[in-house]
Design a protein around this ligand. Sequence first.
Ligand SMILES: [Zn+2]
Length: 422
Amino acid sequence: MTATQDLSARAIAQLVEALARYSAPGAGVTRFVYDDAWCEAQRWLVVQAKARGLEATRDRAGNLYLHDASVKPGARVILSGSHLDTVRNGGTLDGPYGALAGLLLAAELRGATDPPVVGLVTCEEEGSRFPGAFLGSRSMVGKLAAGEPDSAHDSDGVKWSAALAGAATKGCAVAGGLDGKPTAPFEIAAFLELHIEQGPVLETEKLAIGIVDRIAGFRRLRATLTGEARHAGTTPMRMRHDALAAAAEIALAAERAALDMGDPAVATAGAANAQPGLFNVVAGSCELRLDVRHVEASSLERLAGGIESAARPIAERRGVGLQLETVSHQDPIAMAAEFVEVASGLAAERGVPSRRMASGAGHDAMILAAAGIPSLMLFVPSRAGISHSPDEFTEPEQLAAGVQFANALLPNLAALAGRRTR
Ligand SMILES: [Zn+2]
């Protein structure tokens, strides 16, 4: 197979379809880190890499690197890839598209750039199995919380460290566990991640490529409301301290705060867990989960702060206790400005319809960029902006256009990365 054929729409669609077969039962694709489908998918990628003359190296977290045999541990490389894991009942593209692109680009550009291009397949980006998300890319750059491999556990109570040891015995990770030191076997000069947009902008504007210049930061807030559980039939309305009604009002206040700030501010009350959770009892307590995002750090602070200060008087007026805590947060991250420039210039030169845009979703590129690695993301259109669903779809021609653009771009990024001195 010649390289050019390998980057064709037909070839890429076949690879996407073949990889999607590795899934737990159910609708769409369900591939949780270290489970059988995930390990089989990873092994299949190694077979694909070998068929294209590449070697495969795994690290202690279960990330996979696809590279020429001449690229030895410790070498300075440009990584291109994305994640292999999916959400439950997810689609065929969120993650796998970028992982397959990394494989194809490493093969296509073998020996053509300095630093060399290495395909990257990360693990547990979605946080579908273990809380925390980005476990693979955070492992790569030594950004795990102290004790995280033992404190993080899945819904069955299996510790991350134990699940990882199991993956190592299956040959899907290198044995040795995680000690907080970076697991990446190479010095990472730059990172390029291809991904579906997961939003409707490129499709609506009929563009082929989104050049991501920044990734939104987020705050995850947990509001714990404590009221009084009372009989729903006998407690007059004015004598209630209803934790769920207070949570509902706070959810609406969060929505209002984001609407008032305007795009790209977003605030979401994704879950409300009321107790005792019965028809006939006023909710005595309620845990409300809020996700707040913005691409500007100061606006993100203002939005999160505005929601907090709206919540307190709501709770007070209703005589409900309120405890607010930030569960996790990530500041907005800029992609490497010179990479954004070069990509924009190349798109203009080649007549590829593109635009610069922010990513509202977090990605591995956010983690690597935050660790000081010059990084860039390219988006391809998502039909109707749908992702995390079996309905996720991008035309094969659009997938191929993304990989072909990256193939033209990477030598330019290599030239820039090569000039950097450390
Ligand atoms: Zn993704």
